[in-house]
Each structure stands twice: as C-alpha cells, then as structure tokens.
Design a protein around this ligand. Structure first.
Ligand code: MRU
Length: 342
C-alpha cells in the first residue's frame, strides 16, 4: 500500500503490500503472510494469525486501507467493515475502530481523509502504549517479581504493548525485575509469544504452566501482576484471556496488587457490567490437544465433549488498579465514572 505505510513487530504496510507476521508459527518461525483481500484479513483475525485486542483493531483498519486502494465503493467498504466486525466477538477495540471508520465514511469523508484517519489511528495506538507504560512502570519497585498472562506486547499492539509495555518500561528503567509468564492454555500465547518478546528484549523471565501461579504466590514469589484486557465495562469489570479470572482470585487471596492495563479503545461505553460482554467460544480441538501448523498433537479422546471459552471476566472488586493512557485509577475512581466517556 502506498498511502498508508507503517511497520511494527507484527504488521507492516509498504509499497509491496500489507503483511502480517503469522503469530501461529512463533516462536520458531517468522513467516510474513500477505493480505490481499478483506476476506484474507477476516480469516487472519479469526484464525489468530494476528491477535491481541488493539492489534485486531489496527489490522481491520489496515485491511480497509487496502480496500480504499483497491477502489472499493462506499457500499463495498461498508460490507467489508461488517465482515471484519464478525471476525472475533470479544475484543471491543475491533468494533470501536470500525465504528470510527464507518462514521467517517458515512459522513462523506474523502478517500484521502479516510486514509488519514487510518494513519492517525495507528499512530494513536503506538502513543497510547507509551503513555500506559509510563504510568504502570512508576508503580514497579526495584527487584520486583512480576506475573503476566497471555501476550500483551508488541505482537498485540503496534507499540510496546499494554501490560507487557509496562513490564518493558520497568526493565528499561533498570528496576531489576523478573517476569513469571503464564503459558496461557490452550493456545499458549504466554509460552510462545510473551517468551519470544521478553527474549528479544533480554528481560529476565521464567515460564510456568498456568496451574502453578497459585503456588508461586503462596511461596511469596510474586510481587505484582499486570494483565491486559479485551473489553472493559463502565463499572470496571473486564474480559481478558481465559485464566485471567483465576489469577485475579488468587491475587486477592494472597494480597498481591493486580492491575489491568488497557487504552480507552478497549472500553465499551455501551457495556454496563461484565455480564454483558460476549465471550468467544473456540474449536474443541484446541483443548483436546495443541493445534499447531507444524506438529498438531492430540492427547484427549477425539470425540470428548469440550467447553472452550477463549476469555473470562474479572469483576472490578478484584482489581487493584486500572492503568490507561490517562493514569492509574482505583475502584473509587471507577465507581465515580472515570471510565465513562473516556
Ligand atoms: O485470543 P488473543 O490472543 O487475541 O487474546 C489476547 C488477550 O487476551 C490479551 O490479553 C488482550 O487482547 C490484551 S492485548 C494488549
């Protein structure tokens, strides 16, 4: 694409076209796949070739930039936008990004104006990460051992990330941190992706299976927890990768500060509480074994009944603080409506 060019760890757009780093092949293989049509992007988001709440908003708008370059009509762009909206249900960044685009399109903005909107959106995602990282890192004390879940870094945004951005910033500030990484069953975003990013940045880390987090907390090995979010309700409840709720309950029991880090684009202004958040359910094969391009493995019976919710909901009362681009907020701020209209 010529008019909307950018490059980050997991997505790039230049004169050669629009490309995604296939996150299913990480950490071993860095394979860039070209996105040539809207349908390619819908499939890439649904199949988690690209993923992470802010990133799928960016990816959807990048696909629409491609549509503009391919001279799609207004009707075709609206249809493309509605297809992209269906690609994943939980991360509201996708819907918020598409709403922004649709409003501009329907108000008659020109093609160059729409392209500018997309460029601004991508730059904004980058900047939001920096602001959150600064606010969050200020909480971290020297020598702390941090726990995180899923992947919330540069693979999940176009910037330094949300929770992982905070962690990266704390490391850059020489705080001598150590990161425990939940592997994050069933798709192993922690084991495959967060370790990949932490390794690249040379941030000291240790991988644990998800069911070990409680024991580490009991052993006094975790000082602070940072996670991301896919959708935050106005009352502070939030959805994040399955297993986050368990971590939050354990943190409460062990009196360990538990923070959610997300930009305003992750807040759903129409969602009053967590019970209204749609939760994606995925294929049974992901739980019967490990779905991998290279070497799929199955360990459970092929026909066993499976329940596979991709996200869970953390109630606001389990959260120590909400870190957004505007600062760090407590439950009293949230109860006073700080997330409303932000
Ligand atoms: O299914 P995924 O990998 O898209 O889930 C990602 C998460 O749950 C992240 O924690 C969340 O999107 C925040 S990313 C900055």
């Amino acid at each position: 694409m010529k008019e909307v060019t950018f490059k980050s760890l997991a997505i790039r757009s230049d004169a050669e076209g629009l490309f995604l780093l296939d996150q299913r092949a990480l950490p071993d293989d860095e394979i860039w796949i070209q996105i040539k049509t809207i349908d390619d992007m819908v499939e890439a988001i649904a199949e988690l070739k690209t993923r992470g709440a802010p990133m799928i908003g960016v990816a959807a708008l990048a696909a629409l930039a491609l549509g503009i370059e391919q001279d799609l009509s207004t009707e075709q762009l609206l249809e493309a936008s509605s297809k992209l909206r269906q690609s994943r249900p939980t991360a509201v960044n996708l819907m918020n990004a598409l709403d922004r685009f649709n409003t501009a399109l329907q108000s008659g903005q020109s093609r160059p104006q729409l392209q500018q909107l997309i460029r601004d959106f991508i730059q904004e995602d980058f900047d939001l990460c920096d602001h959150m990282a600064g606010h969050g890192a200020a909480l971290v004390k020297t020598g702390e051992r941090l726990l995180t879940h899923c992947n919330t870094g540069s693979l999940a945004t176009v910037g330094v990330g949300t929770a992982l951005g905070v962690i990266r910033k704390a490391h850059q500030q020489d705080k001598d941190i150590h990161v425990y990484v939940d592997e994050t069953r069933p798709l192993l975003q922690g084991g495959r992706l967060t370790t990949y990013e932490l390794g690249k940045e040379q941030i000291p880390h240790t991988l644990i299976a998800d069911n070990m987090a409680g024991f580490l907390m009991a052993q006094g090995k975790i000082d602070r927890i940072f996670v991301g979010a896919d959708r935050i309700a106005i009352n502070g409840d939030f959805a994040n990768k399955i297993g986050t709720y368990t971590v939050a309950v354990l943190a409460k029991h062990h009196n360990i500060p538990f923070y959610v880090v997300a930009p305003y684009t992750t807040i759903d202004q129409d969602c009053a509480s967590g019970s209204e958040i749609p939760i994606e359910e995925r294929k049974p094969q992901e739980v019967r074994g490990f779905v991998s391009q290279k070497q799929p493995v199955r360990w459970a019976p092929e026909s066993v009944d499976v329940y596979n919710p991709a996200f869970d909901v953390v109630p606001a009362e389990l959260v120590t603080g909400w870190i957004t681009e505007k600062g760090v907020f407590e439950l009293s701020d949230v109860n006073n409506g700080i997330l409303k209209g932000s």
